[in-house]
Ligand binder design. Sequence first.
Ligand code: PMV
Length: 328
Amino acid sequence: MTRSSAPGKVYLFGEHAVVYGEPAVPCAIERRAEVEVERREDDKLRVHSEDLTLDGFTVEYGGQSDERPDVDVSESLIAAATGYVDGAIDQVREVTGEESVGFDVTIESEIPLGGGLGSSAAVTVAAIDAATRELGVTLETDELAERAFRTEYEVQEGQASRADTFCVATGGAVRVEGDDCRSIEAPDLPLVIGFDGGAGETGSLVAGVGALRERYDFAADTVEAIGDIVRTGESVLETGDLAELGQLMNVNHGLLSALGVSSRSLDAMVWAARDAGAYGAKLTGAGGGGCIVALDPTEATETALKFTPGCEEAFRAELAEEGVKRLE
Ligand code: PMV
């Protein structure tokens, strides 16, 4: 039996635009997905999870990965999570040459599924890492990130950047531009997360931005403007000026909103954070629902979010210095 965990992440800047070759700066946070694998005698894959969501509904199911539990809103999310595990195990079979190996896989996650905190990347990275080690192979972090990226790329039908998978495999703050992925220095950021209890559909949100960008030059310009924010944000990260970082996050949120990927609840949480005195706030990840991230060293934003209609959960998130963790 082998266990690995990987952290979630927030985007400080650059989601969506990163799909079109602009840079993005995500950073890993101390909310983890843990995956335990055990090699089976046969070639079957059995996936079990009791808590694929942070709170709210809890889903229990076992059996073959193509058996679906009888659940309501979360069914498509569970199917998606199972798809990532299937894809991860395909990568494991390919990289180890053990074409017909089977596994029992158990997932425990503190990361809201599909909420923009990198849940799928964390599950994918941890699953590949644990399953390869179960077969006696330890991948270098770069290879692990690359294999996880290929998994996401296939599951999301070509609409994925390397940002999530590289960030959660490596930990800390990273900069991703195309296939150029590296770690960068970041100050200790006072991150506060607000979660609306829901999730956006990454595929259709990415496709929506793509269609807008094809159709209108101003949408393409907006994507490029997000790239400019990222480049400015990177140099501000070096100075640690929270007020300026917050301001750039606010503008980034406005541009994402212009591209149609915000939502009423995300906007409500962003405004609640700003009203509470946060340096800045923006949606994180694909949008459409899910999470916002704000910068606030005081308790004010967390408290305000807890009283904001549409916000189901608010919490402070520490930067995760370590990416994938090899547990046993
Ligand atoms: O919502 P998440 O955490 O899966 O992030 C999606 C980020 C996008 O830029 C919209 C897509 C991508 O793969 O980079």
